[in-house]
Design a protein around this ligand. Sequence first.
Ligand SMILES: Cc1ncc(COP(=O)(O)O)c(C=O)c1O
Length: 361
Amino acid sequence: MKFDSLCVHGAKKDADGLGSVAVPIYQTATFSRSAVGQGSGYDYSRLQNPTREQLELRIAALDGGSDAMAFSSGMAAAQLLLELFSPGDHIVISDDLYGGTHRLFGAVSKKNGLEFSEIGAAEELTAALRPNTKAVIVETPTNPMMKIFDIAAIASVTKPRGILLVVDNTFLTPYFQRPLELGADVVLYSGTKYLAGHNDTLAGFLVTGTQELSDKLRYLFKTVGSCLAPFDSFLVLRGLKTLHLRLARQDESAKKAAAFLGTHPSVAKVLYPGVGGMISFYVKNEETARRTLERLKLILFAESLGGTESLITYPMTQTHADVAPEARAKLGINAELLRLSVGVEDADDIIADLDAALSLR
Ligand SMILES: Cc1ncc(COP(=O)(O)O)c(C=O)c1O
């Protein structure tokens, strides 16, 4: 089945045997048995629930993975991943990460004895490796600076050394980028963004390429219990049915918006990776940034990204507020930087809104 059909139908398993076209919401915590050793195959919803299972099968199919696990948020997925490691293990991370991931690594995991070092580009990886390096975790494109890390180049370093490669694919989704095919071992998602796609639920995913890794993670997953609830699983399944349509439109509109921003006199620089619906841009001063955020009408000033509604974020005070000022300054996250998530509205309306807000009229 091709990607677009997989978005709509998934791995196609009639979950209830009733021919339900939409996957039903199995709002139950537990499943009864008729006798010892008898049962439906489901025991308790933390272990597995039929609605979540269908979602996990669909995400695994879209990413070409052997398995996928659905979490209550992207951060819950990232946190579980770190349970694979022990005190003294070293992990190389990309320097420009979502602020919450940065906080998880820097403030929470460090105290558990994990060591981290940052790289700014794939070429810096070999020099960053230590004898105790167990994993490399990168976002690409990065949030919010839109840097690209070459996944295949990184995999050529990690694979022969048995180092786990994890890619946060939140910005591009499997519609534009399939990290497992490029050599990654695990794909991490904030499913809150494009996968769910409607700014109405939180979700997170880990997708694995091998059964061995999936078994390890599933053991931790059922133990920790940060799983996605049945209703939220239903919402993400519904969102996925239009993933390909939304992303095609968001990519098309973002290209138009990025071209427009590049010509606007109030804009100093546009960071657009050439694909997808995310654009970061610098305006010429802080006052312009603040005024723009206040004057936009269609585009909503809110954290998050990847949904049907266009959202604009001020990374310095929102997503990256907890990143140390020196680290922010080094990356270029300053008072002039704005991050735009292009929604599925008409591109002309998005551009007109930007124009009206940015222009001194
Ligand atoms: C790239 C990226 N990864 C992970 C996360 C965390 O996901 P969540 O907000 O669903 O916990 C985010 C959230 O903004 C993100 O942008």
